[in-house]
Design a binder for this molecule. Structure first.
Ligand SMILES: *[C@@H]1O[C@H](CO)[C@@H](O)[C@H](O)[C@H]1NC(C)=O
Ligand SMILES: *[C@@H]1O[C@H](CO)[C@@H](O)[C@H](O)[C@H]1NC(C)=O
Length: 214
């Protein structure tokens, strides 16, 4: 009777294929296997040192799905962390991955904090490795007057990184004053001072004399 009548399911499928507003895929599409070469599985330049001339005196270079499409669907990624003397890889966490962190050169003070605020900390020497459980705040600080280097691997192609300080005081737009004064039990001046440090406007280079108690 009706020619070319499509089932409702077919029509919905076609609409979905043509127009899917607001849908985001959390991951990357795969390349056509017929066009894959060995180069899709290679990354070059892991030996290149990150620039540590910044406020923290450290630079974590994460080679994840965004820089190395070859790890797509593989659930792994790798980082190198370069430290200037007394440099700090500032407290942060990875929402989507556990981490193994190995010291290649130097000595670092490192720790992580559990969900009930217990600190596990230690001094790591060359050749030592530590696990940072997924989603927990952790940090590493170079305790020597020489450069240090670490390699970190993640159980995710896209572990993500959230810096504790920036995630609170460096947001755009700013979190309402009242939220931060109450949460941190300080007045607005302190909140403003902290914001000024983490809104990237007036950052100064200061890598000196951190944690010299160790
Ligand atoms: C880390 O090093 C890279 C490569 O030198 C540089 O582009 C980047 O700006 C550095 N990051 C920081 C926070 O200094
Ligand atoms: C950065 O410094 C300028 C000049 O001293 C000042 O006017 C501005 O308020 C500062 N910005 C922040 C976020 O503190």
């Amino acid at each position: 009777m009706v020619r070319n009548a499509w089932s409702l399911g077919t029509v919905i499928l076609i609409m979905q294929l043509m127009w899917i507003p607001g849908v985001v895929v959390n991951g990357k599409l795969c390349k056509d296997p017929n066009h894959v070469t060995i180069n899709d599985f290679l990354f070059k330049g892991f030996n290149i040192r990150g620039d540590t001339y910044n406020t923290d005196g450290a630079n974590a270079t994460l080679i994840d799905i965004n820089r190395f499409p070859g790890v797509n669907t593989q659930g792994v990624s790798l980082a190198r962390v370069d430290f200037a003397p007394f440099g700090l890889n500032t407290p942060h966490w990875h929402p989507r991955g556990s981490e193994i962190f190995a010291v290649v050169e130097g000595s670092l003070y490192a720790g992580f904090v559990t969900s009930d605020n217990k600190l596990y900390d230690t001094i790591l020497k060359k050749g030592d490795m530590i696990v940072f459980p997924q989603g927990l705040i952790h940090f590493q600080a170079n305790i020597k007057r020489t450069d240090a280097l670490a390699v970190a691997s993640f159980g995710s192609q896209n572990p993500g990184r959230v810096n504790v300080a920036n995630g609170v005081f460096g947001t755009k737009p700013r979190i309402l004053d009242g939220v931060l004064t109450k949460a941190y039990q300080v007045d607005r001046k302190v909140v403003e001072q902290l914001r000024a440090q983490f809104l990237n406007e007036n950052m100064s280079i200061n890598t000196a004399e951190l944690i010299s108690t160790y």
